[in-house]
Design a protein around this ligand. Structure first.
Ligand code: URA
Length: 217
């Protein structure tokens, strides 16, 4: 049986800079979520997708990872195409979209200024990621979106980052049950600059689909 992972409370005090930013946003936009964003999807899933951190006007506004910003416009249709979601992505948490065999979380749960968490913030939030992973008994694949998510996952397993260099389209074996697939982050910047095309992103998600659709050895 999955256990409920330890999650940061709504007023998590761990990172002073993020607490300050949260207070600023709460004042300017009182109707927004403005709190650590919980993971989305079942703990029974075989796939965990790990992003960087909530976008200010995306997950930090809506309260659901990748919901309401550019990155979600690429992520969710790609999940729908590969059978990891059903319904319709409507950029709002009440769009009825359901994840199938897939859960989504972030390396850092609170929105950081300029979308850039500090090393200390990534480290402080790592215990939540570690417990998220520990709470998924059937986990077989983690998809890291970008180098920061990749590093946070590698650290959460107790490995040195240098042991598993980030490699878009690459795969790393983390233990006998869990593989890590790397993708460049599906951000607006990466797609606008052509670093990540929808086809490249689809290929990573398709590889995960292919792997989890075959029975565990
Ligand atoms: N939204 C998220 O929840 N995470 C990201 O990494 C980007 C946007």
């Amino acid at each position: 049986m999955p256990h409920e992972p330890v999650s940061p409370g709504k007023n998590c005090p761990d990172c002073s800079r993020l607490v300050e930013f949260r207070a600023e946003n709460s004042k300017a936009f009182p109707d927004w979520h403005n709190a650590p964003v919980p993971a989305f999807g079942s703990l029974d899933a075989s796939v965990l997708i790990c992003g960087l951190a909530p976008g200010k006007q995306g997950a930090n506004r809506t309260g659901r990872p990748f919901t309401g910003d550019f990155a979600g416009d690429l992520l969710y249709p790609t999940l729908l195409k590969n059978g990891f979601a059903k319904g319709k992505y409507g950029a709002t948490p009440n769009d009825g979209l359901e994840l199938l065999d897939c859960r989504i979380t972030n390396a850092v749960r609170c929105v950081p200024p300029e979308n850039r968490p500090t090393t200390a913030e990534i480290k402080a939030c790592n215990r939540f990621l570690r417990d998220e992973i520990a709470a998924m008994p059937g986990l077989r694949v983690i998809i890291a979106l970008g180098t920061i998510a990749h590093g946070a996952i590698v650290s959460s397993f107790g490995f040195k980052k240098s042991a598993f260099p980030f490699n878009h389209g690459g795969m790393h074996t983390l233990n006998e049950n869990i593989r890590l697939y790397d993708s460049y982050h599906c951000s607006r910047y990466n797609t606008n600059t052509g670093r990540l095309t929808p086809e490249m992103f689809d290929a990573v998600v398709r590889a995960a689909r292919h792997y989890v659709s075959s029975p565990p050895k």
